[in-house]
Design a protein around this ligand. Structure first.
Ligand code: HSE
Length: 291
């Protein structure tokens, strides 16, 4: 039996839609696999009642197919589904790493990224690897066309998850299909600033680089209390705030000294908007680990 821990992730980081992602130190999924003639999936933990165990409908079924590696798969969810923290991607990443080891496929971590990305298509309708890449490789990842670049950055973060569900499919439907040249110029500038901030471990540059005028405003509409929570996080010292992945989670970059205050401020602001939430005080972390 092989057991793998794969971390939650936050994709996009505002200016890097479908390109940027970071692995989070916590929470994480734990997955165990054993060889079997036919694939079975058992899901326990956070939000498991919403996750199908049929291999054709579960995100990890596509990974099993890609690797031609049938197995009994047990998934212990630490990451709530439909939260914006790459829940399905973490399971797909963990299964890809585990089956590669179990069946001795000999693929590199980078080669496993597109394989785990096939699982994402099951959930969102289109394969994209900005969550599976950091969950497998760790750190800050830039997924551009077929290439993935990683930076092992260290930036303190707060991820606040409201008790509302936003499906990735719905959140992709509201993304504008066109952007003005002015918005493109703004986005390129902010994305470059963010990537530089990751290389320098600068919360200021990372926060500044999170600003986005194209995708985030459209998605913020789906999150009750977004503007208030964003403002509360900035007031408490956040250097940048944006929607985490497809939402409804909200991600704040900060200095570690402000992390606790920001977490409380975000939870309080959601409560004022009538929404329960939970905040993770976290940082950029490692990729999937074989336990
Ligand atoms: N880049 C993806 C999105 C991440 O924002 O839709 C969520 O799967």
């Amino acid at each position: 039996m092989i057991t793998v821990r794969a971390p939650a992730t936050s994709a996009n980081l505002g200016s890097g839609f479908d390109v940027f992602g970071v692995a989070l130190d916590r929470p994480a999924d734990i997955v165990s696999v054993e060889r079997a003639a036919e694939t079975t999936i058992e899901v326990t933990g956070a939000g498991s009642q919403y996750i199908p165990e049929d291999p054709k409908k579960n995100t990890v079924g596509a990974v099993v197919e890609e690797l031609n590696a049938p197995a009994h798969i047990k998934i212990d969810k630490g990451i709530r589904p439909a939260s914006g923290l790459g829940s399905s991607a973490a399971s797909a990443a963990a299964v890809a790493v585990a089956l590669n080891q179990l069946y001795d496929r000999g693929l590199t971590r980078k080669e496993l990224v597109p394989i785990a990305g096939e699982g994402e298509a099951v959930v969102s309708g289109e394969p994209h690897v900005d969550n599976v890449a950091p969950s497998i490789l760790g750190g800050f990842t830039i997924a551009s066309d077929d290439n993935v670049t990683t930076v092992q950055a260290s930036i303190p973060l707060v991820a606040c998850l409201p008790e509302i569900a936003v499906s990735t499919r719905d959140a992709r439907r509201v993304v504008p299909s066109e952007a003005s040249l002015e918005d493109v110029v703004h986005t390129v500038g902010r994305a470059a600033t963010l990537a530089t901030g990751m290389c320098r471990n600068s919360p200021e540059l990372v926060g500044e680089g999170m600003h986005d005028t194209v995708v985030t405003p459209a998605r913020a509409e789906l999150i009750t209390g977004y503007d208030e929570v964003r403002e509360a996080a900035f007031d408490a010292g956040a250097t940048g705030v944006t929607v985490s992945g497809a939402g409804p989670g909200i991600l704040a970059a900060c200095h570690s000294r402000d992390r606790r205050t920001i977490a409380s401020a975000m939870v309080d602001a959601f409560a004022d908007a009538g929404v329960d939430s939970r905040a993770y005080q976290t940082c950029i972390g490692r990729g999937a680990e074989i336990l």
